[in-house]
Design a binder for this molecule. Structure first.
Ligand SMILES: [Zn+2]
Length: 315
């Protein structure tokens, strides 16, 4: 069997031994041996197997060949190559893992930056919106009606009603969002007479009625209720408005020029003190309940528009 194997190995042509010198002895392979002609390769394991077998005495060249020209180098080289390939593969694997990790880190950092930027932008927008809203719409609740009451000018006569449940309940007026204009509905009566009527309700108890101010036919202004208390004049708007009753000489309800001028002056002062936009905050009793009050300025809307313009331009 061994002989057969050796023969088979020897029969495989080897290019390196054909026509070149032996590595160790410097001898050329024996050309007279037909088995050595031609090219080809023998694997290292086949050669090792062959070298372990005793050479046949009749074929000494065969023994010499298998022992003197072994191919240890190939095996070691291939082992080394495989080892290096494995090392390279492991290195590549580690490198790819590192790159992926770095990419992941970068993606996370980018995401974090975007989230932070978005949060900052939202915070800025919210703050700007809040600040803008405050600038556009100043709060009315900060204005203290009692403070304004203390500054009532001397062209207004303060003659407060006696506190009573029918005309001066002394309920706090905490904020003022508007000014409501009325007409007394009793032609030719004076401001003083109307003030007395409100005060008499404490005794007569016939109805609940009153007004912060009454403007007479000569333009005199009487204040009946302090600005930090409600009056009974404008229905559901009593709680957040200041009321003004105006006297008139005739049933049509048109004001005298003096009454009109005093009304413009008083409304302008109130709008300034309570920081109201006169074009929106100054209304008729009619605008609250639909009642024909003040009659002339309900029947003649253009006269009311003119009044609002006069208030706006006053001061
Ligand atoms: Zn009215």
């Amino acid at each position: 069997m061994a002989e057969k194997q050796i023969r088979e190995i020897a029969e495989i042509p080897d290019r390196r031994t054909a026509g070149i010198q032996d590595r160790r002895t410097g001898e050329r392979p024996r050309r007279e041996c037909p088995e050595f002609s031609g090219g080809g390769r023998i694997s290292g394991s086949q050669r090792r197997a062959a070298s372990r077998e005793p050479a046949a005495e009749s074929e000494p060249w065969l023994r010499r060949e298998t022992t003197e020209v072994p191919d240890w180098g190939d095996a070691e080289y291939e082992d080394e190559l495989r080892r290096k390939r494995r090392e390279k593969a492991r290195y590549e694997q580690r490198r790819r893992a590192y790159i992926m990790k770095q990419r992941k880190k970068r993606r996370l950092r980018r995401l974090l930056r975007r989230v932070l930027l978005l949060a900052a932008a939202l915070a800025v927008l919210t703050a700007a919106g809040f600040w803008g809203f405050k600038l556009i719409k100043p709060s009315q609740t900060k204005i203290d009606p009692a403070g304004i009451q203390a500054r009532v000018p001397d062209w207004i006569t303060q003659d407060f009603l006696t506190p009573n449940p029918y005309s001066r309940p002394q309920t706090a007026l905490e904020e003022v969002k508007g000014v409501v204009v009325h007409y007394v509905g009793n032609p030719g009566t004076s401001a003083s007479a109307n003030r007395s009527y409100f005060n008499s309700l404490a005794e007569t108890k016939t109805t609940s009625a009153s007004s912060h101010f009454v403007i007479g036919l000569d333009g005199e202004i009487i204040q009946c209720i302090p600005l930090n208390e409600i009056s009974y004049c404008s229905n559901h708007r009593n709680k957040d408005t200041v009321a003004i009753e105006c006297c008139h000489p005739d049933a049509d309800g048109q004001f005298t020029q003096e009454t009109y001028d005093s009304l413009v002056r008083l409304v302008r002062w109130l709008c300034d003190e309570f920081e109201l936009d006169s074009s929106e905050a100054v209304i008729r009793h009619y605008d609250v309940t639909g009642k024909e009050c003040p009659r002339y300025y309900v029947r003649n809307p253009e006269a009311w528009e003119q009044f609002l313009k006069d208030v706006k331009n006053a001061g």
